[in-house]
Design a protein around this ligand. Structure first.
Ligand code: GAP
Length: 512
């Protein structure tokens, strides 16, 4: 299966097993908006709990808040979002569809890269063990031609991006003869900047200055509450404020499933530090956040840092943690050293003094800030795409299993009476009563035991507990492990501690 096919299968699996549904599907859906189903919400909540507990429990100086989606409109002037939170968009006059100009160009570049990769693969096949990729790339005429084309367009694209030159974007699209994937034509409008913030009216007056924005990041809720939290929590710098919440962006590129959505959730932490110490903290948080990811056991090789060469105007350092998604390494989390840009601007615009008196220095300053920012939905996609496996079992049989890290699994244990009679359902209910206060569980008595195992594998349940006739006598049950499919027989009285050992969130937290 190619990675693209795998991704399609994963999207279908998410729907079939109640993880993710397209929003408003009975009305044919809404682009780039998705709902989480009965399994999805459990997995999502567990991801959020893993982050929240890692942030607020493992760091004595990080506390959490929950601020509102709506904020005073001046917030978004101070943050720079009103002036600069834009995407360069272009319309095709025939299909009437709108695209991100930068994405059209990036897709074009990706196609050239694909062509080069195909040439290299052909060369490898032809030359076998003696294949020298570096030499092949330096000498093969097809590769050289494509690489030259790539470099030329890439350089022009970066220059257009740096200069924010919208006419240059359009010229690249025309020169590269990029066509609309729907109409197939090159009948493009000029490129224009569109602000990504959704807005609505705050009251019924309808006046222009009464506009309310749906927050495009949760971070600003933290900045405007900085003073309240610092004072009421008697926080001493360095300290952090964490928050999980919805954010909204009018994303035009509606592909890649939940990777890029209009309504999504962020887990952000702003860490306030003494000016001049921000680089040290930036490095510490890079390391800390990578450990959080790797502790999940999804393979350290599937993560990498991507340092930003071009920094946003407010940042003096920035890196992404990229994950190996089915469509390649892409941004999962951002870590930014934001200087005093946000607090400083809020101080200016609000007229309120936002400063910290540092008792060790005997002076006041606007704190600097290091931010860690991860999308819940992207994390969800990372976990699911890594977990999805089709395993051959021999004899032509196979199973689909989600190897979700056990503490994140939506259902921890399934209780299955072997048959629906002879007192087995009653004993199974006793088992349920034994575990239901500690673990998310499912009770299932429908279909053969094999089919029930497959259903649990498909949603990633770490343990299946089968109650059989012997259980009535020896008060033992058979516990099947999702990953190894091995079965052990244990007393019902020991079930809770056995499950706990594998699914406790503390296991993950201890690994960080
Ligand atoms: N406060 C900084 C900030 O918002 P960002 O890089 O724009 O930075 C941070 O976003 C993270 O939020 C990203 O790394 C990604 O995981 C997630 N994210 C951003 N836009 C998203 C979208 N449209 N859909 C899903 N997740 C998104």
């Amino acid at each position: 299966m190619t990675q693209e096919e795998l991704f399609k299968v994963l999207v279908a699996h998410c729907k079939e097993y109640g993880f993710i549904f397209p929003s408003s599907e009975i009305y044919d859906g809404l682009a780039a908006v998705y709902d989480y189903g009965q399994m999805g919400v459990e997995l999502k909540n567990n991801i959020k709990r893993y982050w929240w507990e890692a942030m607020t429990r493992l760091n004595e100086n990080v506390v959490g808040i929950d601020s509102c989606v709506f904020m005073h409109p001046k917030t978004w002037v101070a943050s720079g979002h009103v002036a600069a939170f834009n995407d360069p968009l272009i319309d095709n006059k025939d299909s009437k569809k709108r695209y991100r100009a930068d994405v059209l160009i990036e897709d074009y570049l990706a196609k050239i890269e694909e062509k080069i990769a195909k040439e290299v693969a052909k060369g490898r096949k032809r030359f076998g063990d003696s294949f020298d990729e570096a030499q092949f790339r330096a000498t093969n005429p097809n590769v050289l031609r494509e690489q030259a084309k790539y470099d030329e367009v890439h350089n022009r694209y970066k220059a257009a991006e740096d200069a924010n030159d919208l006419a240059a974007y359009k010229q690249i699209i025309l020169d590269c003869e990029i066509v609309d994937p729907i109409s197939g034509t090159r009948n493009w409008t000029d490129v224009r900047q569109f602000n990504l913030m959704f807005s609505t009216q705050g009251s019924n007056t309808g006046s222009a200055d009464d506009v309310l924005y749906l927050r495009p990041e949760t971070a600003q809720g933290i900045f405007v509450e900085y003073l309240n939290v610092q004072k009421t929590g008697h926080m001493k710098i360095p300290f952090g404020i964490a928050q999980i919440g919805k954010a909204f962006r009018n994303e035009i590129v509606a592909r890649q499933f939940i990777f890029r959505m209009k309504e999504f959730e962020q887990m952000e932490m702003e860490f306030f530090v003494r000016p001049g110490t921000e680089m040290e903290w930036f490095e510490k948080w890079k390391e800390n956040r990578m450990k959080w990811h790797v502790a999940l056991g999804m393979g350290a090789e599937n993560y990498r840092f991507h340092d930003h060469e071009k920094l946003a105007h407010y940042a003096n350092a920035a890196t992404d943690i990229e994950f190996n998604f089915p469509f390649g390494f892409k941004e999962l989390e951002g870590i930014h050293s934001r200087t005093d840009f946000d607090l400083g601007n809020h101080q200016k615009l609000s007229g309120k003094k936002i400063q910290y008196f540092d008792p060790d220095l005997g002076e006041s300053y606007v704190p600097y800030c290091v931010e860690t920012s991860i999308g819940v939905d992207r994390m969800f996609l990372a976990v699911l795409s890594h977990s999805y496996k089709v395993e051959q079992l021999g004899g032509g049989d196979s199973r689909v299993v989600l190897g979700i890290p056990a503490p994140l699994a939506p259902v921890k244990v399934a209780v299955l009476p072997l048959v629906k009679k002879d007192g087995l359902p009653e004993l199974a209910q006793e088992v349920v009563n034994e575990i239901k206060y500690d673990f998310a569980y499912q009770y299932d008595e429908k279909d053969s035991i094999g089919k029930r195992y497959r259903r649990q594998d498909a949603i990633g349940t770490p343990f299946c507990v089968t109650v059989d006739n012997d259980s009535l006598v020896d008060r033992c049950v058979t516990v099947r492990d999702r990953d190894t499919m091995e079965q052990v027989r244990i007393p019902i009285a020991e079930l809770r501690s056995m499950i706990e050992r594998k699914v406790a969130m503390a296991n993950l937290l201890r690994n960080i």
